[in-house]
Design a protein around this ligand. Sequence first.
Ligand code: PMV
Length: 307
Amino acid sequence: MHTASAPAKVILFGEHAVVYGQPAIAVPVSSLRATVQVTSGKGLHIVAANLGRTLPININADVVDDALALTAKLVLQTLKLPAPDLTLTLDSQIPMASGLGSGAAVSTALARALSSALGQPLDNETLNTIVYEVEKKHHGTPSGIDNTVIVYEQPVYFVRQQPIERLNIAKPFTLIVADTGKSALTRVAVGDVRKLYEANKDHIQPILDAIGSLVKDARLALEHGDIAALGPLMLQNHAYLQEASLCSTGLGARVGTAMKAGALGAKLSGGGRGGNMIALVTPETRNNVEQALLNAGAVHAFFTMVS
Ligand code: PMV
């Protein structure tokens, strides 16, 4: 039996602006994973345990609408192999449509498990290309940051169409990740920013530039272990995203709650409009902030060490 998995991720800085060529920083969340188990079967099937559905895969179909089926098809095309008699059972702990990279993690785990069950495990570069193709089909114009941080499972300083840069985090720190409970489609948020950009470039371009500039400052702070500098940068980044229409009442309120409870900084993370927010905490403030967010209506909150 073959098993493979892939982590969730959070974007620390630079979401949305990254679509326009600005840098962004993302880290894997290794404690939260999508896992795929491969067993023998009749024909090729994907069982999505969490979603309660079983999918027969027809890799000869011209149009494959399902992201999981498309991943399997691209793996087999890359390996030049016919559909095998295998059942791929997916089990994901990562909530969907909430900015934690669930789609990319599921595709990565699936492609890894299938290719290794076929005796030809894909290298990360090929895997990254496949997962990006799936992301493109289902998310419009993704920057590629999600698949990159998830496939390589390393902190990344990401610039679209540039070689991947691993980010060296000099001093570990703790983040609370809290789910507003409102799912929001990244594709829609990205499309709305595009409309704003087309309608009023003079207003949006300086915001994107300012985000890019603060991401560079954040990189230096992370590389020098200057954790205290990260909090104000997170708040600034959140304010810029708010100006670009990406906040929601719930997200804005949660950021306020986290700050009042003692966080050093907080912001939305990922597509925005709902989904998850992140708060920078210390060992002393961690429980307080987590509890305050849950009391304020976050449906789920957990902490993760970033290192
Ligand atoms: O919502 P998520 O976790 O998929 O994050 C998307 C990040 C964006 O910058 C908004 C889009 C992108 O493709 O980079």
